[in-house]
Design a protein around this ligand. Structure first.
Ligand code: GLN
Ligand code: ZN
Length: 778
């Protein structure tokens, strides 16, 4: 029996409730467990594949039972959907083919696939990078003019047929040719001027072949994702988009095509999309992307027969304002023959089910919609547009009153905090003196040598530390014993740094599970989840905290640890906080006020912590903003407004200190080009940056931008276990000194928590020796 989940649809058909994609992991992160069991040899290939097919079936069954009319397939992935696409097109680098030459068996195919994802002992994996401005990471295909594409449609076909056998006629999801090529990078050794998009004519026949195969298997619709359309694209790329879809649309024997352009406002690209000779469009209509609807209205009636209206937010976890969504759907209904109710993007960016959080149902009734709850919302809205508002009057009323309850709840609304945020003055964002004057005061106070040495904060997180934290959580360790264990660790981290001869020490962050969660757990206004896992990459999942309301700090968060560390040494200990932008970037953020207001609230809470640290004698304080660059909006037009509030929030958190207190910040993830002015405007006394991987390119960029304060370009790439030799660090430091003179610090690229002690000791010894050499010889 085939359930009617993708009927052949015409103008008269009722709308469908559907989604662009669903979380992959399963309620108990079964996917992670099965995959890791395979990697460690505890399960064989057949066991992994069996676990996976069970999981996929369960996902479809769940979506169907919730009442969705049309289900996606091939949105599942063993590791990453861009990697799947590279595999499907045969874009497998030679080194991965050579590493696993035989793919006649299931094991061989898995091993080659995982070699691309994770590398092997001798070969590098594909590079990994962020998926647009989300916290998901994809594997970057490597292409060159020599890449020989060859279609392997096994995965999309197998998923489609497996679903069909179970009674679900699904809509396969594939990454479109334009985005696939734009997301790829030139393979090592490719000619200078080569752009992956040049290969469009080589990949299009494969897409035509795929469409044909899916059609033959019985697929009526496919969803082709083109998320790159959400970013600024030059006219020649838009021409390619037109050419590409005219050609795919002309293919004989194909399913009907929906092109999905998600992540934000499409602007002029929307006109291109609407003009394509395709059968359906999926458009993000949430948050700032609501403007897509105005733009659509300008364009008039669509020629495509369906529009999947993305009215449910695929990237945040709040219950949808159903009445507002219904209004949007009614407006869309005037523009197209069929409006379908959908999500703004795939739901892989949100956790699976609020129902997994113990007690939340009673404590926060109707506040949240994780992926599973979003299905219910879609179905209600579908009823609303097919049967009219009156048919869902009760749901609308409950939804509205729950929302009102949330916004009025003391957890969300704190009058004192609101008052403080509302009365922030520009003066509060400014240090007392300009940098050159502060610098003199700081030099007198700290008496640091030239090219001072320091680290970014964390020291290796040993198995013992993790065990202690887990034991505390399970109440097998008392709070007092835990404190004792952490103090012992701080003692040894301080002693090690003294032995190495570092100048500015850190306490090592042994007590922090995660640099955002640690603070979220201590601040009012944040909630943390137990099972709210979201895929970061491969089998790595994170649990972003939820910023629900006005943020305040009931008690100091880091002062006892920092002052304890300071009591163990005469050298200065640097206090360590996570900055406001990063707190927001790695959380789910409230939807009831402008994000800048939320950022200022977090900044004010951190400002209190900075003041307490200073009062307790901690006169060097680092406020990390590793996420500042990654929050940068996709579209250039939106960037200035973002950078404005981001910089202001940082300054608000840090500016209240005395001249003699030295504020540091730290950023990682290369590519600082777009944010150099913001880095300058932050006005930290010292910034440490990732630099070693990019061969210190940042030094020239910063110098050229006229960066006036002190800077520590990372001279040791901590992302690999390699220990940099002293001479190499000396070279890096000399490059920096040539650009910044006496304003240079010596430090690694990032925190050391993922490294082991042997390489940390060796590399830091070389770093201290290198700084010594540069000091004495200039
Ligand atoms: N202070 C943090 C650490 O050392 C910074 C981490 C980061 O930049 N991501 O771990
Ligand atoms: Zn870092």
């Amino acid at each position: 029996m085939i359930q009617d989940t993708t009927r052949e649809r015409g103008p008269a058909d009722p709308p469908a409730a559907t989604i662009l994609g669903y979380p992959r992991q399963g309620p108990g992160r079964e996917l992670k467990r099965a995959t890791e069991a395979y990697w460690s040899g505890r399960q064989d290939a057949d066991e992994l594949l069996a676990a996976v097919s069970e999981l996929r079936l369960a996902r479809w069954a769940e979506q169907h039972a919730a009442g969705l009319d049309e289900l996606p397939s091939n949105d599942f992935s063993l590791y990453d959907h861009v990697l799947d696409t590279a595999w499907m097109l045969g874009a497998v680098p030679e080194r991965h083919r050579a590493a696993v030459p035989d793919i006649d068996t299931a094991r061989g195919r898995l091993d080659r696939y995982f070699a691309m994802a994770r590398g092997t002992a001798d070969i590098e994996p594909l590079e990994m990078t962020k998926w647009f401005d989300t916290n998901y990471h994809y594997l970057v295909p490597e292409l060159s003019p020599d890449t020989t594409f060859e279609l392997d449609p096994t995965k999309p076909l197998a998923e489609f047929t497996a679903a069909r056998r179970a009674g679900f006629l699904t809509r396969p999801v594939i990454i479109g040719p334009i985005s696939f090529l734009l997301l790829a990078k030139p393979a090592p050794g490719a000619p200078e001027r080569f752009r992956p998009l040049d290969l469009i004519d080589s990949v299009l026949p494969l897409y035509e072949g795929l469409l044909q195969r899916l059609h033959a298997a019985g697929a009526l619709w496919v969803q082709i994702d083109e998320p790159c359309l959400g970013t600024d694209q030059p006219d020649d790329v838009l021409d390619q988009v037109r050419g590409c879809y005219s050609r795919l649309a002309a293919a004989k024997d194909r399913p009907k095509i929906i092109v999905a352009g998600y992540f934000g406002r499409l602007g002029a690209t929307l006109g291109v999309l609407a003009g394509l000779p395709i059968d359906g469009l999926a458009v993000d209509l949430v948050g700032p992307a609501a403007a897509n609807l105005d733009d659509l209205e300008q364009l008039g009636k669509l020629s495509a027969e369906r529009l999947l209206a993305g009215v449910i937010d695929g990237r945040n976890i709040w219950a949808t304002d159903l009445a507002a969504a219904l209004t949007t759907l009614e407006r869309v209904g005037r523009l197209v023959d069929r409006v379908d109710v959908s999500t703004s993007c795939s739901l892989v960016h949100v956790p699976l089910d609020v129902g997994l959080e113990p007690g939340w149902g009673a404590r926060y009734p109707g506040w949240f919609a994780f992926a599973r709850q979003k299905l219910d919302e879609l179905v209600v809205l579908r009823r609303g547009i097919t049967q009219g508002r009156a048919a869902i009057a009760e749901e609308l009323e409950i939804n509205a009153s729950r929302r009102a309850e949330r916004l009025a709840s003391p957890l969300v609304h704190n009058a004192r905090v609101r008052e403080r945020v509302a009365t922030v003055t520009e003066a509060a964002e400014r240090r007392k003196c300009p940098f050159p004057d502060r610098r003199l005061v700081q030099q007198r106070r700290w008496q640091l040598p030239a090219v001072p040495t320091t680290t970014i904060g964390s020291f290796p997180q040993t198995a013992e530390l993790r065990r202690a934290r887990a034991a505390l959580r399970r109440r097998q360790l008392s709070e007092a014993d835990y404190q004792q264990a952490m103090r012992r660790e701080i003692d040894s981290v301080i002693a090690e740094q003294e032995r190495l001869g570092l100048d500015v020490l850190v306490h090592g962050e042994p007590e922090r599970n995660d640099m955002v969660q640690y603070f979220a757990e201590q601040l009012d206004g944040f909630l943390t989840t137990e099972h709210g896992w979201v895929q970061s990459y491969g089998t790595r999942y994170v649990r972003p905290p939820v910023l629900v309301g006005d943020v305040s700090r009931p008690a100091p968060m880091t002062v006892p640890w920092a002052t304890y560390a300071q009591s163990r040494t005469d050298k200065p200990v640097k206090g360590m906080l996570t900055g406001p932008v990063t707190m927001l970037a790695w959380s789910f953020v409230r939807d009831d006020q402008p994000i800048a207001t939320t950022a200022f609230g977090v900044a004010l809470a951190l400002r209190e912590e900075v003041a307490d640290l200073e009062r307790a004698g901690i006169g060097i304080i680092q406020v990390d903003e590793p996420a500042l660059r990654e929050m940068l909006p996709l579209r250039r037009a939106d960037r200035a407004a973002y950078l404005d509030w981001a910089v202001r929030a940082f300054r608000l958190a840090t500016a209240a200190v005395e001249d003699s207190t030295q504020i540091h910040t730290h950023m990682c993830y290369a590519e600082f080009g777009d944010v150099l002015d913001a880095i300058i405007a932050m006005d930290a006394d010292v910034i440490s940056l990732e630099a070693a991987r990019s061969k210190m390119a940042i030094v020239a960029d910063l110098a050229q931008a006229g960066y006036p304060n002190e800077v520590g370009p990372g001279v040791w790439d901590i992302h690999s276990p390699r220990v940099p030799p002293t001479e190499e660090i000396v070279d890096h430091l000399r490059t920096a000194v040539a650009a910044f003179g006496d304003r240079v610090w010596a430090n690694p690229d990032c925190g050391l928590k993922t490294r082991g002690y042997p390489e940390v000791k060796a590399a830091l010894a070389n770093l201290v020796a290198a700084a010594g050499q540069v000091r004495s010889t200039g």
